[in-house]
Design a binder for this molecule. Structure first.
Ligand SMILES: Nc1nc2c(ncn2[C@@H]2O[C@H](COP(=O)(O)OP(=O)(O)O)[C@@H](O)[C@H]2O)c(=O)[nH]1
Ligand SMILES: [Mg+2]
Length: 346
């Protein structure tokens, strides 16, 4: 299954850019050939050259743009679902198909124009054929205006997608705002996490990686996604959030037992339940901010969340132990299963 390869995404031409490119390519061709040739024959030959080169230029740009758009049905479900949530699968396919088909239409128009020029009995018929050709191509490009605009919008959206590799084992970090999710990702990543946008979040996500003997595991936090009940979300947001389902190998739910984050234990508990219900991946809880939490606060939180670890991301205390536990319990079996599947496939 494919991922969105940003380096392959097309430059999307606007309708006006294509029209002016068409006209320039058309007039660039100059008359050549022997001076002995009759003027009318020469003129026909030049006209055909102009039609061929301008038609080819436009058709190949349209074709290239359509081909460079990711093929929705081949994309990994994580990306497919995100695109469907934000753009709509039907709208996406319509735009790509319309631009792709326009390439064939341009070729057909050029072919007809060449016949008309070849068979033109006189100069007037030749000029008519030229006028008709130019008008039809320009009309077609004008008709394509909304699709080209939409395609540009889609490409901008795709370029902004975080470079999440859905094939990697993924640890999704969830929890209420300000509990320490981003700090946790920083503590456990072996390189500086990439800061990126996720559709519908005003905050930035942190995408970290952990290198394990030639293998890589991905850790992402989810500000503005898994920090508010799903029931308060609109349909589009919900779908974008649930796209994470296709990624999560395990969910680490960070809890702030202190009043520091501004979110009560009750609210955090509701979120915890919802995440466990909405995702099929296993979820584990950790208590953060043990440097400032009172024993009473910790006791209360332990009773609710049955945490697998207690940490302070301020100085990364306890985070390594949490990762060791999670990787041992969830990543190792998944990696072994992958190896076995690969061995069976051989
Ligand atoms: N005292 C203390 N503060 C923390 C700890 N972890 C995070 N914070 C603070 O909590 C705030 C939110 O942390 P952040 O990682 O951005 O939380 P996020 O919104 O869940 O990503 C920041 O001001 C952090 O400095 C901790 O273990 N102890
Ligand atoms: Mg954050």
């Amino acid at each position: 299954m494919e991922v969105v390869d940003k380096s392959k995404l097309p430059y999307v031409y606007a309708a006006d850019e294509l029209i002016s490119l068409f006209l320039t390519t058309y007039s660039r061709e100059e008359a050549r050939g022997s001076t002995a040739e009759p003027a009318f024959v020469k003129q026909k030959r030049l006209e055909i050259k102009r039609i061929v080169s301008s038609g080819k230029a436009i058709a190949s740009i349209l074709r290239e743009m359509a081909l460079r758009m990711p093929f929705l049905d081949r994309l990994h479900p994580f990306y497919r679902e995100l695109i469907d949530a934000v753009i709509g699968a039907r709208a996406y396919k319509h735009v790509v198909a319309k631009v792709g088909n326009a390439n064939l239409a341009v070729k057909a128009i050029a072919k007809e124009a060449i016949t008309a020029v070849r068979t033109a009995p006189d100069k007037k018929a030749l000029l008519d054929a030229r006028r008709m050709y130019k008008a039809r191509i320009i009309d077609l490009l004008n008709d394509l205006r909304p699709e080209l605009e939409k395609m540009r919008e889609i490409v901008v959206f795709l370029r902004k997608l975080p470079s999440i590799d859905p094939e990697l084992f993924t640890i999704v970090v969830a929890g209420a705002p300000n509990v320490g999710k981003s700090s946790f990702v920083r503590c456990v990543s072996t390189a500086k996490p990439e800061v990126a946008e996720y559709p519908f979040t005003t905050k930035q996500i942190h995408l970290g990686h952990i290198f394990l003997r030639g293998d890589r595991v991905q850790v992402i936090d989810t500000p503005g996604l898994l920090d508010r009940p799903l029931s308060e979300r609109n349909q589009i947001e919900k779908q974008a959030i649930l796209a994470l389902r296709h990624l999560a190998g395990v969910i680490v739910f960070v809890v702030d037992p202190t009043p520091h984050s501004g979110y009560s234990l009750e609210m955090q508990e509701r979120l915890w339940r919802e995440i466990k219900e909405g995702f099929s991946a296993p979820a584990v809880a950790v208590l953060n901010k043990i440097d400032i939490a009172t024993e009473e606060e910790l006791e209360k939180a332990r009773a609710i969340f049955a945490p697998i670890g207690e940490i302070s991301t301020l100085n990364c205390r306890g985070t390594k132990e949490v990762m060791d536990y999670v990787l041992q319990k969830y990543y190792v079996p998944a990696a072994l299963e992958k190896l076995r599947a690969a061995a069976r496939g051989r």
